[in-house]
Design a protein around this ligand. Structure first.
Ligand code: GLN
Length: 514
């Protein structure tokens, strides 16, 4: 049927339909993505690992099962890129760190196992900031990923690899993790769609832990419907994760289809939080956000201004809670059980080996957070720092509860800026941290969030994301509203947002031109 480049441009829903109809084989689909990766990833560096043999073998088995008349999942045969924070048996899992270089897991993360059971084909492991600490992928121990919209820009982080892979047609779908925005912010910066499910909606089993009370696994795609389809595959209770929710989840894909059919914005109460329209919001981001509110009101939605007084402390609270939990989670990289072991000359005592290994194996940001977290948890300071941060967390949860008594969803820019230039933050972590101000409150409260593209910023032509938030368990509401807004943006522009990127062919086109 279609040639390779046409295949890579199908949405997951379209590809799944072609697979079901027998017009395309899973092997063709996997091969098309592997070719695309070979074409552009030398420059983009979205992937840390691929294994053509493993991917093609998985695809072949799907084709055989289909040929044998087995009834397969809706996405069977669709290629999936997997953030390297999720452990997989078929490829290394490093979480972007040297301390786990070459590490092979003896088991698959639950989200991965569910994806495989549904017939999705692992096409490769994607780049990320080391242990998911960062907002640009520049903290990856393996070098940054580039933004396919502009190769001198970051793709956001920590899941910049998954977002770039999807934006640059290296994969139709990806998995990410969102602890403070790592799915939503890269989605915004690369013009893709990303969702952070309700905390506990998707199992964290086999997700290399950053901050366990905040971490959540979720989907990335080019359309809201594709994101919803992937969400449906990975959601659900898992006895291996004690925080996993027992809940009957409605179909997110059905909600997205309903939203796209129109009418669902009529009467929708949309909250705009004063404190999320931060002073530092880039003018072009603000303009697109306000334009999207106008699109909503034209469809009968009602905009309600919300006061959430404690949001201004969210970044400070997060950067105490996260390091505290991370310092404890990362204690397991002790040179004995996992990965790297460095033995210093002469004195190979346990302590010496451990400290030499952690000195070499961890990057600067990881060390900074371990030190910060250890300090915040130390006996004399526990109440003053960690304790206070937990109190702020409760106050933010109350702000959300009050807001959702008045509105159905909250809308904000996903990130205060578009993608910045590689190196622009010059290693100043505060600049990265402040970029998370819009995404962090949802993680502190455990509520679901969705980011979708709403246009480009006038000053730089780079993608702008709209963030929608809903109360816990109401993920479907986000897909319904998100798909409706996506439809309006497509009608306004005359084509889907993902089809508008000027330089999505990235490196290949540039190289060919030279
Ligand atoms: N940028 C945030 C941080 O550095 C988000 C991380 C995440 O969601 N994994 O902590």
């Amino acid at each position: 049927m279609a040639n390779n480049s046409e295949l890579t441009r199908l949405t997951a829903a379209e590809l799944a339909a072609a697979l079901t109809a027998g017009e395309v084989s899973a092997v063709d689909a996997a091969q098309a993505q592997l070719d695309r990766i070979a074409e552009v990833d030398g420059e983009l560096h979205a992937f840390l690992a691929t294994d053509a043999e493993a991917s093609l073998a998985a695809a072949r088995s799907i084709d055989e099962r289909r040929a044998a008349g087995e009834s397969l999942g809706a996405l069977a045969g669709v290629p999936l890129a997997i953030k390297d924070v999720l452990v997989t048996t078929d490829m290394p899992s490093t979480s972007g760190s040297k301390i786990l270089e070459g590490y092979r897991s003896p088991f698959d993360a639950t989200a991965v196992a569910k994806a495989r059971a549904a017939g999705l084909v692992n096409i490769g492991k994607t780049n990320m900031d080391e242990f998911a600490m960062g907002s640009s992928t520049e903290n990856s121990a393996y070098g940054p990923t580039l933004n396919p919209w502009a190769l001198d820009r970051v793709p956001g982080g920590s899941g910049g690899g998954s977002a770039t892979a999807v934006a640059a047609f290296e994969a139709p779908l990806a998995l990410g993790s969102d602890t403070g925005g790592s799915i939503r912010q890269p989605a915004a910066l690369t013009g893709t769609v990303g969702a952070k499910p309700t905390y506990g909606g998707v199992s964290r089993y086999g997700a290399i832990a950053l901050a366990s009370s905040l971490d959540q696994i979720g989907p990335v795609a080019r359309t809201v419907l594709d994101t919803a389809l992937m969400h449906d595959v990975i959601v659900g209770h898992d006895p291996h994760d004690s925080t996993s929710l027992k809940h009957e989840w409605p179909s997110m894909a059905a909600a997205a289809r309903e939203g796209a059919a129109g009418g669902s914005l009529n009467g929708l109460r949309v909250g705009v939080v004063k404190q999320l329209m931060l002073e530092g919001v880039q003018p072009g981001v603000k303009a697109r956000f306000e334009e999207s509110l106008a699109l909503l009101t034209a469809q009968g939605a009602e905009i309600v201004e919300i006061d959430a007084p404690h949001f201004e402390y969210a970044v400070a609270a997060y950067y105490l809670i996260l390091p505290a939990e991370a310092s404890s989670n990362l204690a397991k990289y002790d040179s004995v059980r996992f990965g790297l072991r460095v033995t210093p000359d002469g004195a190979g005592t346990v302590e010496n080996v451990m400290s030499a290994t952690r000195e070499v194996g961890f990057g600067a940001e990881v060390k900074r957070r371990i030190i910060l977290g250890t300090y915040a948890l130390s006996a004399g300071y526990y109440d003053a720092y960690y304790g206070s941060a937990q109190k702020v967390r409760t106050l933010i949860q109350r702000d959300f509860a009050q807001a959702f008594a008045q509105v159905d969803v909250i809308a904000s820019p996903t990130a205060p800026t578009t993608a910045w230039q590689l190196g622009a933050h010059g290693g100043d972590p505060m600049q990265d941290y402040l970029n998370d101000a819009t995404t962090i409150p949802a993680n502190l409260a455990g509520i679901p969030g969705l980011s979708l593209p709403i246009g480009t910023a006038a000053e730089d032509g780079l993608p702008v994301g709209l963030q929608l938030l809903a109360p816990a368990y109401e993920d479907a509401r986000l897909y319904r509203a998100g798909a409706a807004i996506e439809q309006l943006v497509t009608e306004r522009d005359g084509s889907p947002f993902w089809a508008q990127a000027p330089s999505l062919v990235g490196g290949a086109a540039r190289k060919a031109a030279n």
